[in-house]
Design a protein. Sequence first.
Length: 486
Amino acid sequence: MQYASTRGHTASQNFSEILLGGLAPDGGLYLPVSYPQISADELNTWRGLSYAQLAFEVLKKFATDIPEADLKSIVERTYTADVYCNARKDEDPAQITPLRVLQDDHGGKLILQALSNGPTLAFKDMAMQLLGNLFEYTLAKQHAELNIFGATSGDTGSAAEYAMRGKKGIRVFMLSPHRKMSAFQTAQMFSLQDPNIFNIAVEGVFDDCQDMVKAVSNDLEFKQRQKIGTVNSINWARVVAQVVYYIRGYLSATTSNGQKVSFTVPSGNFGNICAGHIARMMGVPIHKLVVATNENDVLDEFFRTGVYRVRKSAETWHTTSPSMDISKASNFERFIFDLLDGDSVRVAALFRKVETEGGFDLSGKPGSDGDEFAKVARFGFESGKSVHANRLQTIRYAEQKYGITIDTHTADGIKVALEHLEPGVPMIVLETALPAKFNETIREALGRDAQRPAGFENIETLPQRFVVMPANVEQMKAYIASNTGL
Ligand SMILES: *Cc1c(COP(=O)(O)O)cnc(C)c1O
């Protein structure tokens, strides 16, 4: 399987080559030159597989340059009940992403698929845990090492640290704004004692952290010498790992391939739902893919109007579903490439326009950049939006009607899913975090604390390992160099 850029860079690469990289040289995102297809027979035989077995069957279609026996051992180590042990008491952790029927009546069937039973209680573990093992494997083969450098305001950074902790050949340098994360999130990251994890609390806000990452990334000499890499959401292996749970969800919610399901996905960077799109392109019988956004409704606006308008930071709201607070959706280019039938010249032009003019318009109206919005429905996409008051209401509703406490991001998903429910087509909502992570809002909605999974009861009291640093790029570089010895 070869990969090429959405913007046309043609020197195609294999899975292992793009695994450790980020953007393609032309600034585009990597996609396989064609989507592998899943036959009806395959889908049927996959019904009886464990999550790890299914992950192996799916991944081997994409990672054709990794020997099958190696790939098998990697996924078997990744998708275990021990790693995804934070399941609720009435869930079976061995299922990795267990399904729960929330309602089934004349209006339709609503199902919750738990993706947040991993070590950091959020769905990013689903892909990041695999990435950690793939990185370690690939680096060992190349006798290479990698220093992951990134900034986080919460979920991504902790998922990366928990995936890379103790991995040979890998160090993680993670910046976070000093005293700006929740006590729980801070404790999750800073309590890691592994010597290959470096938590750096920057005296500034998240944007200062991100600026420092950009400054270091732009210093190519430093970047090369220090073997700096990233694990952001455009990473292709992360997207592919996520395809697996859409197939697992489909198979668990149906009994034969004649049946269809829909998914509603709490969305920010379009990474999660992009994997649903790919599953559908591979032939999984997915009816609708519903994008749920919060107040930061860049994607809802596109799927309602055909206009993609990225936001400035002053227009990016800090909400109570913070992992969806984005100003532009970094994986969106992958879908636009498919929407434009792989016309990479136009994709390149549109995303240049995003940089220069802040967006593009595919509505087909006079003066627009194209009329492909008319084709969006063919890809199953729909959308909806949820705001803070909706989240509170939905958290209360889920408690009363379904007897389950949900987190704020999942609440955005359920609110939008209920608006798109259809009789005869099960609607699966992806649960992207456990409520304990966003306890402040749970208290606001329910007047009590969210339950914490076993082992997290006293996380704030554990000893913490971190350094505090001013937002100074030279000091940061010196700190990295002194710890890598490179
Ligand atoms: C990252 C994240 C999202 C958004 O996922 P995207 O892939 O960026 O669309 C939603 N919910 C939670 C809890 C997350 O951590």
